[in-house]
Design a protein around this ligand. Structure first.
Ligand code: SF4
Ligand code: FES
Length: 335
């Protein structure tokens, strides 16, 4: 840890309205450094200042080598995403007083993924953009070379996009996703949200191809583990996991879902609830894996049986009819 660097003051508010904050900033230059370090920058900040304002002051007045991405300053371009106290945020929207109230006067600022740092807070987003490119993020519709009017859609039809068109590609959901970290094939929440954006657009003519593309094992919708991290962290409140679940439902509706362990598991889950009003896990395993594949787990199954971990003789619940009505009202597909 280097010595604290005091950033020159800029008069933007009376002294009594300011607060001294220390930004502990991740520093690393992939060209020269073996290990990263942190620099402490002490500044007096005004109530209106954001993290990006503070980084700009440090860069302009104290250390011109400090590197970070930014462009619009208004939460639109998505380039300034960083991690503040283990919480991903847009630097241009992160009010320093708010963060200091929550975490104290010393705030640690990291890149979205330390292992991908190129220089300080700048990360290599190649994989993010490759995933994005892989889902053909454009409208597939016959082009009219000389249109005489806009291709308008009614507001209620546009509502089906459910905000998915507002993604700013900041990458926060992608770099915070545990499946992205564990599985290099997974497209990630942002690319799947983009897929939903076009599947829900009535002008797009490639919706079924898109649904088949994201139905693939390892990369698509079935590999989401429903941890809800993307929902918690998206700065635009787009709820990417909701879009992923809608892609699954739409796939069943349009019959683009192929036969896989994941799709059989989803069907078996519903069958069990409709038949018994509760989950029959033994039947679910058999239907998802198939009888012969399930045989491979026979020793584990007997061990679990001995420990009482496999319920035997699951019976229907009372008021099964009520559960069936609920399932029917929540289902958009007949699968
Ligand atoms: Fe960022 Fe949200 Fe888009 Fe993910 S879905 S890239 S978190 S705006
Ligand atoms: Fe554009 Fe922050 S600078 S979103």
């Amino acid at each position: 840890m280097s010595a604290r660097i005091v950033v020159k003051e800029t008069k933007i508010a009376p002294d009594d309205a300011r607060r001294e904050i220390v930004l502990r900033v991740f520093r690393f230059n992939a060209e020269f450094d073996v290990l990263p370090a942190y620099n402490d920058f002490a500044l007096k900040v005004a109530q209106s200042e954001t993290l990006l304002d503070a980084l700009n002051r440090i860069k302009a007045e104290t250390d011109a080598t400090l590197s970070y991405r930014r462009s619009c300053r208004h939460g639109i371009c998505g380039s300034c995403a960083v991690v503040v106290e283990n919480q991903a945020a847009l630097a241009c929207k992160a009010n320093l007083f708010d963060f200091a109230d929550r975490y104290g006067e010393i705030l640690t600022i990291d890149p979205l993924d330390k292992s991908l740092a190129i220089k300080d807070l700048i990360v290599d987003k190649t994989r993010f953009w490759e995933s994005y490119r892989a889902v053909s993020p454009w409208l597939e519709t016959p082009a009219d070379d000389a249109p005489t009017q806009e291709n308008l859609i009614a507001p209620e039809t546009a509502d089906r996009l459910n905000g998915a068109d507002a993604c700013i590609e900041c990458g926060i959901c992608f770099y915070g996703c545990p499946v992205v970290a564990a599985n290099e094939c997974f497209l990630g929440p942002a690319a799947l949200t983009k897929t939903y954006r076009f599947v829900a657009d009535i002008r797009d003519q490639a919706a079924n191809d898109r649904l088949r593309f994201v139905d693939r094992e390892k990369s698509g919708v079935w590999d989401c583990v429903k941890c809800y991290k993307c929902q918690e962290s998206c700065p635009k409140a787009l709820n990417p996991i909701e879009k992923i679940m809608r892609l699954r439902e739409t796939g069943f509706e349009r019959k683009t879902i192929g036969d896989s362990i994941a799709s059989r598991h989803a069907k078996a889950f519903k069958t069990s609830i409709v038949k018994l009003g509760r989950l029959d896990e033994t039947a679910n395993v058999l239907e998802s894996l198939g009888f012969f594949a399930a045989l491979k787990h026979i020793r584990a199954a007997f061990a679990m049986l001995r420990k009482g971990k496999i319920p035997i003789g699951i019976t229907k619940i009372d008021k099964l009819d009520e559960v069936k009505k609920l399932v029917k009202s929540a289902s958009r597909s007949q699968e």
